[in-house]
Write a protein that binds this ligand. Structure first.
Ligand code: BGC
Length: 703
């Protein structure tokens, strides 16, 4: 307990405490009203920066107690709402790197740029699991797996927060959305998740626990509900589990209008007063964009319906974070002047983009060699908005037409430059995009491609198909993209397909018929360059899928760590298993695994990996386990460790891994996390498919 915080709290009036618990959106509220809120001692603003933020801060500092305002922003892939900032690949694209350092660096660069704009706090990382790709927000996640998500999320939090939250370049992270948001029934955004608390604890809590352990300063309450209880009103989740069991000591902010929505959308409260009571009692400390909370909560305390201690506790959490951030001494973060969008940061975004490119098929056509003419086709190949996807200055705070700001390069631009340097010519034709439009010209694209030595066809989705409110019932490549593929394929020219999308899509005949398939997802400012470098063999593809690809929309969910089921758990009209599995990804070389060992006493294991091809490569060694007999069903396999190893042609290395007993735990019917001794299988190899994994059996004894 801090003396500074306690002394402030002791001086605060009921009104000042209520104001601390409010977060105001600047753009929607307007300057005058925002300044009034600041003078009332409001806790936080979101989506305002630069001079406007400075003016608001001055108003707050001139209020009776002069408590600084905390400024939050969705800097979820770099400080990308600022058009001059560095734009990274999406979280999903970065997750293809399976590289903690890449993700940590992304966090650090983002923090530096956000802090340089005078802001303190990003609503990131997003820790929901994308187990149903129809969901609109898959691009914001680290994919489908709880272990990978937890590892990358804690790296990102370390990047944002550094070792010291009060350092000029550190900002507060926000683990969101708590919890089970990605598991909404039917993948309908912000809808009810029909899951048990046991499952929540087993599957969805682990990444959030890692966020707590990494010292994450804030958590965000999800929009949805679990089995009918809105998270905003779920005191069991926010108090008993998050605070008492998980040990979280930061503050909890609601998502956008969560309190208002208890009345207007979820019909869980009859009016704002009841909604405010539910939200405060449940343990939400700060209310994002529910300004009515202010009057309601004051009235609730005055009428004796709410104990003022509930407000004290919330305000204590908020002030403690402000103190940890050093805001009482230095209300404005300094960052590093001149760093926004600087060359060093662009290089970091390029490194992330390079590591995110994932090769899924290559029938000997890549890297492109001895080509004089390359045809790049597809609207996404030359449209930076489509390359960026969601959560950049094109889409937020409001979607509006904006001029793109350099530096960036589209796939077309990067191919023209890089292929040009190698003496090859590139031609480009749009053909079509995911949404039909008047300029679609399939004939023109076929004509442009005729006579080329190779075709690079870019397919995918676009902004209107991505994000909140934009779940898809049908994941099939939309518009005329499959027709365009077929017509280009008929030319008989080597054909490389690049998927630039927010999520896995159903690709129809493409996986079977294309000569090579590359997944780029949304690679940010330098995504185009990264794709071109892989196509032309300047770099080795090293991405691995953090999410499985279904064969058909009706096949979802296809995440790899399914529970074992009767009758095969499959459909009679589709082959079993996903089209591409979790962990899959090729290089321009090959790897062979041998000698998997595991000692059940020390929990140390090792496996040998050899580069058996003729080019260098980076292999991601993936380790999975299965509990052979368990009191509750446990997945057919679960990722438990991964490590990356660089190997020259012919080189072999032994990769070692140290596991913990708790890695083999499950959550039992009493919702307790325990290890059940007995027989287990440990697996290691290239990806999650059985045929890619070596196996050893072992016994865990009683502790
Ligand atoms: C999203 C959050 C985001 C918030 C603030 C909400 O609609 O669900 O992820 O942080 O808006 O922009």
């Amino acid at each position: 307990m801090s003396a500074k915080v306690e002394s402030l709290l002791a001086q605060m009036t009921l009104e000042e405490k209520a104001a601390q618990m409010v977060q105001i959106p600047y753009a929607q509220t307007g300057r005058e009203a925002s300044l009034r809120w600041a003078k009332m001692g409001v806790g936080s603003f979101l989506h305002v920066w630069g001079d406007e933020a400075r003016e608001v801060q001055q108003a707050a500092l001139s209020s009776r107690l002069g408590i600084p305002v905390l400024f939050g922003i969705d800097a979820v892939r770099g400080h990308a709402l600022n058009d001059h900032a560095t734009i990274f690949p999406t979280q999903l694209a970065c997750a293809c790197s399976w590289d903690r350092e890449i993700v940590k660096e992304m966090g650090r660069v983002t923090a530096r740029e956000v802090a340089t704009d005078g802001l303190h706090w990003t609503f990131s990382p997003l820790l929901c699991l994308s187990r149903d790709p129809r969901w609109g927000r898959v691009n914001e996640t680290f994919g489908e797996d709880q272990y990978l998500t937890g590892e990358l999320a804690s790296a990102m939090i370390q990047g944002y927060q550094g070792d010291d939250l009060s350092a000029p370049e550190s900002i507060a992270a926000c683990a969101k959305h708590f919890i089970a948001y990605g598991e909404a029934t039917g993948a309908r955004d912000a809808y009810d998740s029909s899951v048990s608390y046991r499952k929540v604890k087993d599957t969805f809590l682990p990444p959030f626990q890692k966020a707590v352990d990494a010292g994450c300063a804030t958590f965000m309450t999800a929009y949805g509900s679990i089995d009918g209880t809105p998270l905003t009103a779920d005191g069991h989740m926010l108090r008993d589990i998050l605070r008492d069991e998980m040990g979280f000591d930061g503050f909890v902010v609601t998502d956008w209008s969560n309190v208002t929505s208890l009345v207007e959308r979820q019909h869980a409260a009859k009016d704002s007063q009841e909604a405010s009571l539910l939200a405060a009692q449940a343990g939400n400390d700060m209310m994002m964009n529910s300004p009515e909370f202010y009057d309601c909560v004051i009235r609730l305390v005055r009428e004796g319906k709410l104990d003022e201690k509930v407000l004290d506790e919330a305000v204590r959490h908020i002030l403690t974070v402000k103190e940890r951030m050093g805001l009482f001494e230095q209300p404005e973060k300094m960052g590093k002047p001149g760093c926004i969008g600087c060359e060093a940061h662009q290089q970091a975004a390029l490194r992330a983009a390079r590591r995110s490119v994932t090769l899924l098929k290559n029938e000997g056509v890549l890297p492109l060699k001895n080509v004089k003419k390359i045809a790049v086709i597809g609207r996404g190949g030359d449209d930076i908005r489509m390359q960026y996807g969601d959560w950049t200055y094109f889409t937020h705070p409001e979607p509006r037409p904006r001029d793109p700001v350099r530096p960036y390069s589209t796939i077309r631009e990067a191919m023209e430059k890089l292929a040009g340097e190698k003496g090859a010519k590139c031609v480009y034709a749009c053909g079509c995009g995911p949404i039909p439009c008047a300029q679609d010209d399939l004939d023109g694209a076929v004509e442009a491609a005729r006579g080329a030595d190779a075709i690079v066809l870019v397919v995918g989705d676009e902004i209107s198909q991505v994000g909140e409110w934009k779940d898809r019932a049908d994941l099939t490549l939309s518009g005329k993209q499959i027709e365009l593929f077929r017509r280009l394929r008929a030319l008989g020219i080597p054909l490389v397909t690049v998927l630039q999308s927010s999520k896995p899509l159903v690709l129809g005949p493409i996986p079977e018929e294309t000569d090579a398939l590359l997944v780029a997802f949304n690679g940010g400012a330098h995504g185009g360059q990264a794709v071109a470098e892989v196509l032309l063999g300047e770099i080795e593809p090293s991405g691995r899928l953090p999410i499985s690809f279904p064969r058909h929309s009706g096949q979802v969910p296809v995440y790899y760590n399914q529970l074992p089921g009767w009758h095969g758990g499959k459909y009679c009209d589709l082959p079993q298993g996903p089209r591409f599995a979790f962990g899959e990804g090729l290089g321009y070389t090959e790897f062979a695994y041998s000698g998997l060992r595991f000692d059940a006493d020390t929990l140390k294991g090792s496996v040998r990996v050899q580069n058996t091809g003729s080019r260098p490569g980076l292999e991601t060694v993936q380790v999975y386990f299965r509990d052979c007999v368990s009191s509750v069903l446990t997945p057919v396999k679960n990722l438990i460790a991964f490590q990356q190893v660089e190997l020259a042609p012919g080189e072999e290395k032994e990769v070692q891994f140290q596991l913990k007993r708790s890695d083999f735990s499950l959550v039992n019917r009493k919702e307790q996390r325990i290890v059940e001794p007995g027989e287990f299988v440990l697996m290691a190899g290239h990806d999650s498919r059985d045929e890619s994994l070596l196996q050893v059996r072992f016994w865990l004894k009683e502790d």
